[in-house]
Design a protein around this ligand. Structure first.
Ligand SMILES: *Cc1c(COP(=O)(O)O)cnc(C)c1O
Length: 386
């Protein structure tokens, strides 16, 4: 019998057996005691996973990452106000379009694809446009480049702008310290490093972000309104039943399990492990003679975006899948056919046999496409992942 290929794309990702157990079975009601407990404890644990303070407000609503982005866009700015988007790729484009649809006046600091804007470029855009909101994808999944979120927080805070970080390909994997850095919203979706199936939008908002919502003249759509959801989140955290719009109850059961598994490792260990695994993959790809898409020093720890070597094209990903690992092709429309992406985040970064299987599959896929590489690369990789 063929082995099920591993899902090694930048989301959805492989999830733990305990998570699968938690979301399987008959769907529980939204006011059943186990859901109330799982919801309440998940909100508490989110503050720790986000490295946020007690005053920060977590939200969990049914939806995708894009729902979480809409929630941030509609609660933190209103028509006529100025937003600055740090645009490093596909998801920066999406954020800019979303903020425009909210009615904001949107300016962008755009980097070369694969790179990030410098602190000076960001600061001069902030002084020039005087935004009330600065938005950045923490990792842009289309290029595999990561911004320096702390630097962006420092600049925005100096000029009194709120910050939103799209952490959909970063949260619970890349270092992010919401309280220490003074970020206002950090958002993600369940199918990325959080380690669940798709279906939940997750977001933590600072006290300032909550106050901004209360000051708006044009309220957000009800389904993404902080004000509408706050009493529900408060009720669950106080372990009281509540209802506004039905939560994804099976996924909430699983969320409490995956957050607990994350915190059992400890956030410092989680951040360090993703860094170790990412650097092992990068070294292996470079030893295979491949070039990374992101510039040196800004490569994400959650995925590798790698250029096809000469003579190899996108058909290579199908060969890799046949060998036991599903990887992703390119995403950015301008570069789509020139690179592939391997996701390495969440549960799988602790499964050394899966990581090795993935690299073996990539090596085999390259080989059948005419790019042969040395088997010692696998030994080096195994040493590096421990
Ligand atoms: C996946 C992703 C999104 C979109 O999330 P969906 O759940 O597909 O809506 C947005 N931003 C980033 C950085 C992502 O990786």
């Amino acid at each position: 019998m063929a082995v099920r290929p591993l899902l090694m794309i930048p989301g959805p990702i492989e999830v733990s057996p305990e998570v699968i157990e938690a979301f399987s079975g008959p769907p529980p009601g939204h006011v059943s005691p186990p859901v109330i407990e799982a919801f309440g404890s998940s909100l508490e644990m989110m503050r720790d996973v986000w490295c946020a303070d007690d005053a920060a407000q977590p939200f969990v609503v049914a939806g995708s990452g894009t729902t979480a982005m809409d929630m941030a866009a509609y609660n933190l700015i209103e028509p006529g106000e100025v937003a600055l988007v740090i645009n490093t790729g596909y998801f920066g484009d999406r954020a800019a379009e979303m903020l425009r649809r909210r009615g904001a006046v949107v300016h962008e600091v755009v980097s070369e694809l694969g790179d990030i804007p410098t602190a000076d470029e960001i600061e001069s855009a902030v002084t020039q446009h005087n935004p009330t909101l600065v938005w950045a994808p923490h990792v842009d999944t289309s290029t595999g480049a990561r911004v320096d979120a702390k630097v962006i927080c420092d600049i925005a805070n100096r000029y009194d702008a709120l910050t939103v970080f799209d952490g959909i390909c970063a949260t619970a994997a890349e270092e992010f310290r919401m309280a220490d850095w003074g970020a206002d919203v950090y958002l993600t979706a369940s199918q990325k490093a959080i380690g669940l199936p798709p279906g939940l939008a997750l977001l933590v908002a600072s006290k300032r972000a909550m106050a901004k919502r209360e000051s708006l003249n044009t309220p957000p759509p009800m389904s993404v309104d902080f004000h509408q959801w706050l009493p529900i989140m408060t009720a669950y955290e106080e372990r009281r039943p509540s209802y506004f719009s039905t939560p994804a109850t099976s996924l909430i059961m699983a969320l409490s399990v995956s957050l607990k598994q994350t915190l059992d490792h400890g956030m410092d260990a989680i951040f360090a492990r993703h860094e170790t695994v990412a650097s092992a993959f990068r070294n292996a790809f470079q030893e295979m003679g491949l070039e990374m898409l992101p510039a040196k020093g800004v490569e994400a720890n959650t995925l590798s975006a790698v250029k096809y070597p000469a003579g190899v094209d996108a058909s290579m990903t199908k060969e890799v899948a046949k060998r036991g690992a599903i990887i992703a092709g390119g995403l950015h429309p301008k570069l789509k056919t020139t690179y592939f992406r391997v996701g390495h985040m969440g549960y799988s970064v602790f499964q050394n046999d899966w990581l090795l299987r993935t690299l073996v599959a990539v090596q085999g896929g390259l080989e059948v496409c005419g790019h042969t590489t040395d088997s010692s690369i696998l030994d080096n990789f195994q040493d590096a992942i421990g």
